[in-house]
Design a protein around this ligand. Structure first.
Ligand code: EPU
Length: 342
């Protein structure tokens, strides 16, 4: 296992394309390395586990041990009358994994097509899009406790999933390395087409009877490409803020002033999720620039790097947006990507 101690440029390892340098970096390729990784971790005061770099704001100079996860492998581990249980190594590219599952005839993840990042990062923020969240298709995962040097199997309950969060977001930073993730894909496949963008889609919207997993996959890719910037072309980390959850009284107050505010009722029946993109857009931020960064011209919720930006540039813009949204709407936005200064 090769530990790189000369400066490693991480600019191409984060989808925001922020300038960042690691002073100690190691690539995790297979489970045979896990014990040695724990020993290495013990020699550093901080550890940061890096997947596809699509949900991080990397500081300019990282002194912690960076573990870049590149392990590969996908296998069908069990098949019952009702389910396929499919396992993927953490370093698999999420979108390629979804595509591979469809090719193999294991549908169920198609609404999550084109989400950037790796399989191992997916449970950390419980990725979700177009009416499906990862926890609905999750079976279990294997994690490595770098501190204790032990392998732990975790169920969905252990992972504590909720909207864009999990146990891992609250855990001690750098303690856990997700090794592999198992998915439970039901054989009685049902299309999920309730999300407004899918209902409006030219083919699926008008004839949902024609929906196949591949058509949904293609439609989701088409919708995402039309609204979200491609990180390979314009650096970004997807939605930069979570959609805030407010109580009924807050929504009533806001509706009084902004009748067109976009809100979705939550399953608990009492709270509502506001579209952060709408709030930021309405506050006048869509397409605005602040130095080398700005918000995307078609989706105000996405912060973009027009070139040469640092974590501080992103932090200043995020702070300005948060302050403005709080002043106008009385709603606090919470940042989705993890800020890494270690
Ligand atoms: N909107 C505006 N102006 C904007 C952006 C959005 O008015 O600039 C309005 C839209 O018109 C729509 C509403 O806000 O009525 C919601 O927008 P959209 O449907 O594009 O979805 P979103 O709430 O912005 C969420 C997820 C995305 C996911 C999509 C589709 C969060 C924080 N974001 O975005 O996830 O792809 O729904 O399911 O939950 C991500 O997490 O990185 C991500 C991209």
């Amino acid at each position: 296992m090769l530990l790189h101690t000369s400066s490693q440029d991480l600019t191409s390892f984060n989808t925001l394309g922020l300038r960042s340098t690691a002073h100690a970096l190691v690539r995790y390729e297979s489970a045979a390395q896990l014990a040695a990784l724990s020993e290495l971790a013990a020699q550093h005061s901080r550890v940061f586990v890096l997947g596809g770099g699509s949900n991080v704001v990397l500081g300019a100079s990282l002194d912690c041990l960076v573990i870049k996860v590149v392990s590969r492998g996908i296998r069908l581990v069990a098949e019952t009358d009702e389910h396929w249980i499919v396992e993927a190594e953490a370093g698999e590219v999420w979108h390629d994994f979804v595509d591979h599952c469809l090719v193999q005839g294991w549908p169920g993840l198609e609404n999550l097509a084109l989400i950037p990042g790796t399989v191992g990062a997916a449970p950390v923020q419980n990725i979700g899009a177009y009416g499906v969240e990862l926890d609905q298709r999750f079976h279990s995962l294997v994690a490595w406790d770098l501190k204790m040097g032990s392998r732990v199997e975790m169920s969905a309950d252990d992972c504590g999933f909720s909207y864009r969060t999990s146990f891992f977001k609250q855990a001690e930073p750098g303690r856990w390395l997700i090794v592999s993730v198992r998915f439970c894909l039901p054989k009685s496949w049902q299309p999920v087409l309730e999300y407004p963008d899918l209902k409006r889609h030219a083919v699926l919207g008008s004839c949902s009877g024609q929906a196949t997993p591949r058509r949904i996959f293609d439609a989701v890719c088409e919708i995402r490409r039309s609204k979200l910037p491609d990180p390979a072309v314009l650096g970004n980390a997807g939605s930069f803020f979570k959609n805030p959850i407010v109580d009924a009284a807050t929504l009533r107050r806001l509706r009084g002033e902004y009748p067109d505010i976009v809100a979705y009722g939550q399953v608990d029946g009492t709270t509502h999720k506001l579209a952060a993109g709408w709030l930021i857009d309405r506050a006048g931020w869509k397409g605005r620039r602040m130095g080398p960064v700005g918000t995307h011209e078609r989706q105000a919720l996405v912060l973009v790097n027009h070139g040469g930006a640092s974590a501080d540039d992103i932090a200043h813009l995020a702070q300005a947006i948060k302050a403005d949204v709080l002043a106008r709407f009385g709603v606090t936005l919470e940042q989705e990507p993890v800020a890494v200064y270690c």
